[in-house]
Design a binder for this molecule. Structure first.
Ligand code: FAD
Ligand SMILES: C=Cc1c2[nH]c(c1C)Cc1[nH]c(c(CCC(=O)O)c1C)Cc1[nH]c(c(C)c1CCC(=O)O)Cc1[nH]c(c(C)c1C=C)C2
Length: 450
């Protein structure tokens, strides 16, 4: 069996994209931290081990300030998100009553009857509108860059949905656990992560080192061929398999295709005969996010922690600010104290804030980002270095009914015996862990577990 990897750009890794400066500074343009927890987290760490990247790993443990402190920027002020018993039994601004009240009441609230619900509606119903408007609204922005009023609880936060279904309550579900989920045997590295209570990790040369190491390993595999600058332009059924056309006119034959293309991109290359599938694929929306990396001289933060999120009611277009130097000081430039921040903007509010992504200038985005650093963090100095990137359609949005769309698509593929497997961020989870796990599951579906 031969495996052919086709990538349209000049490198593999997609949104895993790192800027490495000659002076040692590292800036992430995409993901900056991966969670080690759960089966999908263990699976990624097992791959890190297989790739020989253990010595590169930068863990952040549970007692680190970046794990303990996350902030919300509400009514012009930073508030630490409640954590630990003290944080839930007292009334802590911006909340009007102790969180424990909502938590205790939650256990008495009747189960919902809907097949799916927006994240906001679900949390309002079970925990009250204050937590939904502030915490959950912000959380959806800090993971999906999305709108909690449109996102599906069933697809975006399956453990919450399952907890209500199986235990009648989120709180009880969390206390009793689900016991389900895939099993992944932990490598020594995954065991170490659990023993040392890591909450996230990165790599010394940044997240891009991960796909780079994977490509290096694949180059050494005889049965694997991989091509850069190989954009797939069409997929056509050909005697039980596929004929794949590339933009340079070359065509290839394949018995089976595992697509990790964004859903709308896959829709545009499928044959007209698969129109019902393409239609479903096109209905999976995605959002644009502006990522602005900033570097300041000295330590300029008034607080330390992972970063802060901004609820949509405060400022729709400004999603949040990551204090990158706090979890990963190893990525600061060598010599001299600096602070690296990343401002993330747009998401589901991109167009209403900045207009069409093709017409917004980098200067507009940079100005908006530095203004936020000044007003939210009281920083009056200007950054000594910056980089602005506009990531178009970078995070898929699992809107209400996403599960039904997935079911229809997979049913169509099965009913029509299409030799096609859907993997990647458009379907079953957007995190780095989720997409790696989806790739593994797709491969195992074809060749079995190795
Ligand atoms: C700003 C940002 C911050 C994030 N932060 C985190 C984080 O902290 N932690 C976390 O876990 N996750 C994070 N994520 C999410 C995570 O990085 C992504 O969801 C994940 O990397 C997506 O991987 P993928 O392989 O499914 O898709 P992609 O990265 O989109 O890869 C798809 C690949 O397909 C190629 N391609 C597209 N069309 C074609 C074609 N026609 N022919 C051939 N090739 C094609 C593309 O060039 C690309 O390389 C973040 C994402 C963004 C954008
Ligand atoms: C402000 C925008 C964003 C920030 N990060 C992302 C966006 C859109 C993207 C993102 N962040 C996380 C994930 C993976 C989720 C997972 O299941 O592992 C993705 C796709 C991690 C994450 N970041 C925050 C939370 C609460 C999580 C979930 C996992 C965890 O608890 O660690 C919060 C957060 N993200 C950003 C900021 C500024 C912030 C909070 C202070 C940036």
């Amino acid at each position: 069996m031969k495996i052919v990897l086709l990538e349209k750009s000049g490198r593999c890794g997609g949104w895993l994209s790192t800027i490495r400066r000659d002076d040692g500074a590292v800036f992430e343009q995409g993901p900056r931290g991966v969670r080690p927890a759960g089966a999908v987290g263990r699976n990624t760490l097992n791959l890190v081990s297989e790739l020989g990247l253990e010595s590169e790993i930068l863990p952040v443990t549970k007692d680190h300030v970046a794990s303990k402190n996350r902030f919300l920027y509400v009514k012009g002020q930073l508030h630490k998100m409640p954590s630990g018993p003290g944080g839930v039994i007292r009334t802590i601004p911006p909340f009007s009553r102790p969180i424990i009240q909502s938590v205790l009441k939650e256990m008495l609230i009747r189960k919902g009857t809907e097949e799916d619900e927006s994240v906001h509606a679900f949390v309002s119903r079970r925990l009250g509108s204050e937590l939904a408007d502030v915490v959950i609204d912000s959380l959806c922005r800090g993971v999906f860059a999305g709108d909690s009023r449109q996102l599906s609880v069933r697809s975006c936060f399956p453990p919450l949905y399952e907890a209500e279904r199986s235990r009648g309550s989120i709180v009880l579900g969390m206390l009793m656990g689900s016991g389900g989920g895939p099993k992944v045997v932990p490598s020594d590295l995954a065991k170490r992560a659990s023993k040392e209570s890591w909450t996230q990790w990165s790599l010394r040369r940044g997240m891009q080192a991960f796909p780079e190491a994977l490509e290096d390993m694949l180059k050494r595999r005889e049965r694997v061929e991989h091509h850069h600058h190989a954009k797939v332009t069409s997929l056509n059924m050909n005697g039980g398999g596929w004929e794949i056309k590339l933009d340079d006119g070359i065509s290839l034959k394949a018995d089976h295709v595992i697509s990790t293309l964004p859903a709308s991109e896959l829709a545009s290359v499928l044959p007209p005969a698969a129109q019902p599938l393409s239609e479903q694929l096109r209905s999976i929306a995605s959002v644009n996010v502006a990522v602005v990396n900033l570097e300041y001289e000295g330590f300029i933060l008034p607080v330390t922690g992972f970063g802060h999120l901004v609820p949509s009611s405060e400022d729709p277009g400004l999603l949040g600010v990551v204090y990158d130097s706090v979890p990963f000081p190893q990525h600061n430039r060598s010599g001299g104290l600096t602070t690296r921040l990343t401002v993330m903007m747009g998401g589901a509010w991109f167009e209403q804030t900045f207009g069409h992504p093709d017409s917004v200038t980098k200067q507009t985005l940079l100005d908006r980002a530095t203004q936020a650093v000044t007003s939210h963090l009281g920083v009056n100095s200007q950054p000594v270095w910056s980089c602005v990137a506009l990531h178009k359609n970078c995070i898929p949005q699992y809107h209400l009914g996403h599960w039904k769309r997935l079911e229809k698509m997979r049913q169509y593929i099965s009913n029509h015996n299409l030799p096609l497997t859907l993997a990647g961020a458009s379907y079953d989870g957007v995190s780095v862990n989720d997409v790696i796990f989806s790739g593994r599951t797709a491969a195992e579906g074809l060749i079995g577990k190795t």
